[in-house]
Ligand binder design. Structure first.
Ligand SMILES: CC(C)(COP(=O)(O)OP(=O)(O)OC[C@H]1O[C@@H](n2cnc3c(N)ncnc32)[C@H](O)[C@@H]1OP(=O)(O)O)[C@@H](O)C(=O)NCCC(=O)NCCS
Length: 399
């Protein structure tokens, strides 16, 4: 493990540290975030939830968490410590600043049962017990040739609206969507304010938001012109019913002057199944989304519902931060009981793998084949059957 350089100290970030934190974040990510956006994130942080690493008086690293609410399979909602703004100045890399800040930050998470983050790079967070739990699949739809299959419903009901004028409907549909979707996150009012302010610097060269609204779903998108052909980039599609999903895609595919429509969705999304030519929906990228670390393993495992009965003892290792342990997990009729035990274990794996299984996106059998989970074949089959999720997991929003 990287030793912490003796000249680095870790302490709580105070108000006076925020200019330095802004500079470290901008340097780390190569983006100057608008001050208003930073203020929104700050409004979502509990007290003392930001730590800084200092070299003498100079602030050289930062890590913090926000108070988020995560939907899990079955619709329960868990308080989640949403880790964000993690960066160390290039002058102080690989001296243990991240490890020291993370050790302190996780000590401060108190009663949060679970922590989550999005990773800039895939090699950083596994050592801290985080595992990728949702997947973003980037799709590009060749709109001009796309036709719906005859049996696909054409329910209509979509209106073209200005999003800020329909905030109450957008909020209420999003709320239904996030409570139904594992990985969904509650959106606080200040974050809605920020989204609907639609700052030009957040548009990545695209237009202001366009919005398609249905009683059970909405789409927000931007159009990128000035390229060879226009391209629409969907920033949010929230559909609570398959009818709303089909109606919204019919409206999107009616954008005559747009050649391609791009969207980030979950693997197995419905659109290719609706079209006469499924190949017009090309997968152009796949990336991990939300990463999860269980802080209270029994509470988290008991919160979700399961697809099949299960009776196992899990032996969970957690190298750097020292969580993990041995737990008896019993599932009957979809509900789990989980408690610490000394009984011999049937399943040996590490906490990051358990995080990856939790929302049903990844399978135990895949980790077993990769030698990252050890259990008898019958137990692996039982884990696969139990940890499925009827609703595919999808991260509510980036944080
Ligand atoms: C990622 C970052 C915060 C790491 O900070 P750091 O202080 O250099 O990390 P540490 O010295 O504590 O390293 C801890 C361990 O993680 C490893 N590690 C750190 N960053 C890594 C990376 N980007 N890729 C692979 N391994 C990495 C180190 O090699 C070290 O491993 P070891 O214990 O086996 O020696 C820093 O490089 C950074 O600010 N990057 C740019 C911004 C960014 O990507 N932030 C993360 C946002 S999600």
């Amino acid at each position: 493990m990287t030793p912490v350089a003796p000249d680095l100290t870790i302490r709580t970030a105070g108000d006076a540290d925020w200019p330095a934190i802004g500079l470290i974040g901008a340097t780390g990510f190569g983006i100057w975030r608008p001050e208003e956006r930073v203020q929104v994130w700050r409004s979502m942080m509990p007290p003392d939830s930001a730590v800084v690493a200092c070299d003498g008086d100079e602030v050289v690293g930062v890590a913090l968490f926000m108070d988020l609410q995560l939907t899990v399979p079955g619709g329960a909602v868990l308080p989640m410590a949403g880790v964000s703004f993690v960066a160390v100045l290039p002058t102080h890399r690989r001296r243990g600043a991240l490890t020291a800040m993370f050790t302190e930050l996780h000590r401060r998470m108190g009663d949060y049962p679970v922590a989550g983050l999005e990773a800039s790079e895939a090699e950083i967070y596994g050592r801290f017990g985080y595992g990728p739990a949702t997947v973003w699949e980037r799709q590009s739809v060749e709109r001009e040739r796309a036709r719906f299959r005859p049996e696909v419903p054409d329910p209509g009901g979509v209106r073209v609206v200005r999003p800020a004028e329909h905030r109450a409907q957008l909020e209420s549909i999003y709320e239904r969507w996030r409570l139904h979707t594992p990985g969904g996150l509650h959106t606080p009012e200040r974050l809605w304010d920020e989204i609907l302010t639609d700052r030009p610097e957040s548009r990545a060269g695209g237009s202001a938001f366009f919005c398609l609204l249905h009683p059970d779903g909405f789409v927000m998108y931007r159009v990128h012109t000035g390229e060879r052909k226009d391209r629409a980039e969907v920033t949010k599609l929230a559909a609570v019913t398959p009818q709303a999903y089909a109606a919204l895609w019919r409206a999107l595919l009616g954008l005559d002057l747009v050649a391609t429509i791009e969207i980030e969705t979950h693997p197995g999304a419905l659109l290719p199944y609706l079209l006469t030519d499924a190949r017009l929906v090309r997968v152009t990228g796949v990336e991990d989304g939300l990463w999860l670390r269980m802080l209270d393993i029994p509470a988290v495992l008991q919160a979700r519902t399961y697809g099949a009965d299960l009776s196992v003892v899990l032996d969970i290792s957690d190298g750097v931060l020292g969580g993990g342990g041995r737990f008896a997990l019993q599932v009957r009729d979809g509900r789990a009981r989980c408690e610490p035990t000394d009984a011999p274990a049937d399943v040996h794996t590490d906490l990051s793998v358990l995080g990856s299984l939790y929302l049903g996106t990844h399978r135990a059998s895949t980790f077993a084949a990769a030698n990252r989970l050890r259990a008898d074949p019958g137990v692996i089959r039982a884990l696969d059957a139990a940890f499925v999720s009827d609703v595919p997991a999808q991260l509510g929003y980036g944080f």
